[in-house]
Design a protein around this ligand. Structure first.
Ligand code: NAP
Length: 316
């Protein structure tokens, strides 16, 4: 068995992230046995049909009982209840991890339910799509993407190293920081941008002066890219904002101040201020492309849609 291989891996929540981990673990030989745990019978049926795990169950305590590594892949608002349900069943020496998009609240919700002899190494793979469920996952989701580990003070170093090796086995690049710093960084790089997308798509949908069909028809003018983000899972994002409240509100306060400054520059015709900001933001985009975190192709490399077929013409 390679040093990085886990004997029994249990994954709780087989959605986009959980099913991608299951696929990657199998494809890259990271776990000998995979146990899938989900409360949704429809999800379990898909897990069986897709062959994502060796065992699939809705019984979280029974599912984690023999596991060496348990990864919680449920919405962050659900991790506490799952940890409570499984805590007493965990074997001594097991490692518990998660993939939640918020970290301080996950540490607070999970840690109290874990018995002595079980290590907790929280993780957040900074990778995803706007799709949900077991059919949405794919084994290369984490390839070349960052995974942030936020082990609380006193976490067993060997357990952290094991989780790091697991994520590296999935192709991720691992970085470690405190849960609080993670939440601040992700508030500005992910949570506030999602909030802006949810808000602008909601505003456009509610406009009286512009029709819904005009919004859809002319969406390529910037709006379309917001709609992809605004199509993200409602449960996941509700939980992110409820659990990372302080950091999001802090970043939102800063965002509002900068937005007010921009509005002022427009009002007073301060073209230099606008040009200076837009030049700086262009450089940030180039930096992301240079780091291999985004494609350099124009318009994200989207294929040009062909002419819209004439509904009246017969199909071939
Ligand atoms: P998802 O596709 O909606 O899957 C979540 C799965 O967990 C669903 O099958 C859900 O079942 C199940 N579940 C919910 N509560 C449960 C419970 N108490 N016990 C057992 N199963 C439960 O979600 P996801 O996108 O994979 O997100 C999962 C986690 O990954 C979240 O914490 C999120 O913050 C994090 N994350 C997401 C992304 C992303 O882009 N999506 C990226 C990085 C990290 P039901 O359908 O019955 O609710």
């Amino acid at each position: 068995m390679p040093e990085t291989e886990i004997d029994t891996l249990a994954i709780v929540g087989l959605g986009l992230i959980g099913s991608s981990i299951a696929r990657g673990a199998r494809q890259y030989g990271l776990a000998r046995t995979i146990v899938a745990i989900d409360r949704d019978p429809g999800v379990l049926a898909r897990v069986r049909a897709l062959g994502l795990a060796d065992t699939a169950t809705d019984d979280v305590a029974a599912g984690v009982a023999g596991a060496d590594l348990v990864i919680l892949c449920v919405p962050v608002g659900a991790v506490g209840a799952v940890a409570e349900a499984m805590g007493a069943a965990l074997k001594s020496g097991a490692i518990v991890s998660d993939v939640g998009s918020v970290k301080a609240s996950v540490v607070a919700a999970v840690a109290p339910h874990l018995p002595d002899g079980v290590a907790f190494v929280p993780a957040h793979p900074v990778a995803g799509t706007e799709y949900s469920g077991p059919d949405a996952g794919f084994s290369t989701l984490f390839s070349g993407r960052w995974c942030i580990l936020t082990p609380p003070d006193g976490t067993d170093a060997a357990a952290s190293a094991r989780v790091q090796a697991f994520w590296e086995g999935l192709g991720a690049i691992v970085e470690t920081m405190t849960p609080e710093h993670h939440d601040l960084v992700l508030a500005i790089t992910s949570h506030v941008p999602h909030l802006i997308a949810f808000n602008i798509v909601g505003t456009a949908a509610d406009l009286e002066a512009v029709t819904q069909s005009e919004v859809i028809k002319f969406s390529a003018g910037g709006f379309r890219d917001f709609t992809r983000i605004a199509a993200s899972d409602p449960t996941m994002w509700r939980d992110v904002f409820l659990t990372n409240k302080d950091a999001v509100l802090e970043m939102l306060g800063r965002f509002n101040e900068d937005l007010a400054a921009l509005a002022r520059a427009i009002r007073w015709g301060d073209g230099d201020a606008l040009h200076e900001l837009f030049s700086r933001t262009r450089t940030i985009r180039k930096g992301i492309v240079a780091m291999g975190q985004e494609t350099a192709e124009a318009d994200f490399g989207r294929a040009r849609p062909g002419p819209v077929p004439d509904k009246a013409s017969p199909s071939v």
